[in-house]
Design a protein around this ligand. Structure first.
Ligand code: BLA
Length: 338
């Protein structure tokens, strides 16, 4: 997988604030050649390395997952991309796993997630970054295990103290003089996805620049450290029915992602349908076959076709949420949706 000694990132210190100004400047003068150079000089490798080192500092019991035997390095069918997978577990962490893809044309992907054991109602750490020569598509979040729109207690428990962190990177739309575009809302998205996101989600798109990539690294390190500290403080649930609610919530999340993840089509193109299905169901969203028996249609019946099959569409509702649907106190201000 990744070894600490092979990385030099620890010597690099990221100071976000001075960068913010140059981000604004660059936004006004887009330059595709510069973007291509920035994309190629950059690697998600250091994100994975940071997360693993930081996890080891937090928990001494991080051990490789048995999934490492089956999911290591894969070459794409055209020989131009390599997929590197890592997986670990720890007493409170059912699965910590990473997929890092690098393609010779400059495409890079990181899918990094941490799933808690069912005894913990901790959020799921989620970093999904897709980089091509033209664009970056980014979702970074502590995905809530339970409903943050209606379950106020859950929202308060995990997100009240994290709202300032979300604001640190969100677009500051209300300030006219000092407004700096950091990682602004990425525009309309599959409406269903929003239920899996928290009020501090970073959903953004940008063209590559050193400043934006440094900012993303800074956000990733902040969010991951926040998740680790929630994990360290979490106490084990002993009530069987609450444990089972946690387990079902995680299974529902895995079922959604294993069926509708936008990354699937990229994987299919790179490694073919059979391998792509294996990577999705047995590695990325491992637990979808183990944590529960409910099917996709049990959880999301609106996707059922007349013949009983699952609708191939990614969204039944369509895309919405042009702007960030939470205010700066983390209150949902988007239109209600089903
Ligand atoms: C696009 N990826 C997207 C979008 C989102 C996500 C919100 C915008 C399109 C949309 O509205 O769906 C990510 N969606 C998520 C996440 C959750 C969710 C994290 O519901 C969690 C609940 N992306 C990856 C990986 C690849 C990838 C591993 O994470 C490739 C291997 C690619 N994502 C990718 C591409 C697009 C995309 C190519 C643009 C295609 C599109 O818009 O459909």
């Amino acid at each position: 997988c990744f070894s600490s000694s092979s990385s030099s990132f620890l010597t690099t210190s990221i100071k976000p604030h001075p960068l913010f100004l140059s981000v604004t400047k660059n936004e006004r003068r887009p330059c595709s050649t510069k973007a291509a150079a920035a994309a190629s000089a950059f690697s998600y490798n250091k994100f994975v390395q940071f997360a693993l080192d930081e996890t080891k500092l937090s928990t001494s019991d991080l051990i490789p997952s048995y999934l490492q035997n089956d999911f290591g390095t894969l070459k794409a069918v055209d020989g131009k991309a390599e997929l590197k997978m890592c997986s670990y577990q720890a007493p409170k962490i059912r699965l910590l796993r990473s997929l890092f893809i690098e393609q010779s044309d400059g495409m890079q992907v990181l899918d990094f997630a941490a799933f808690p054991e069912a005894e913990f109602d901790l959020p799921i750490f989620c970093a999904n970054f897709f980089t091509s020569v033209n664009t970056n598509i980014v979702v970074l979040d502590l995905n809530p295990l339970h409903d943050v729109m209606n379950e106020t207690h859950y929202k308060q428990k995990y997100y009240r103290s994290l709202i300032p962190l979300g604001l640190k990177y969100a677009e500051c739309a209300n300030l006219t003089t000092d407004c700096m575009q950091l990682l602004p809302w990425g525009g309309k998205l599959t409406s269903e996805s929003l239920k899996f996101f928290s009020p501090i989600v970073i959903w953004t798109r940008f063209s590559s620049s050193h400043e934006k990539h440094n900012l993303l690294f800074s956000a990733f390190t902040d969010y991951y450290k926040a998740w680790l500290s929630l994990m360290n403080e979490a106490t084990e649930e002993t009530n069987a029915s609450r444990i089972s609610l946690n387990q079902e919530a995680q299974h529902r999340y895995l079922t959604w992602r294993a069926q509708k993840d936008p990354g699937y089509h990229v994987l299919k193109r790179l490694i073919g349908e059979t391998h792509a299905k294996d990577v999705v169901k047995k590695f990325l969203f491992h637990g979808v076959n183990e944590l529960g028996n409910k099917t996709f249609l049990d959880y999301f019946p609106e996707y059922e076709c007349e013949d009983g099959s699952v609708n191939e569409k990614r969204s039944m509702v369509g895309k919405s949420f042009e702007n960030r649907p939470w205010d700066d106190r983390g209150v949902f201000i988007g239109d209600t949706f089903t």
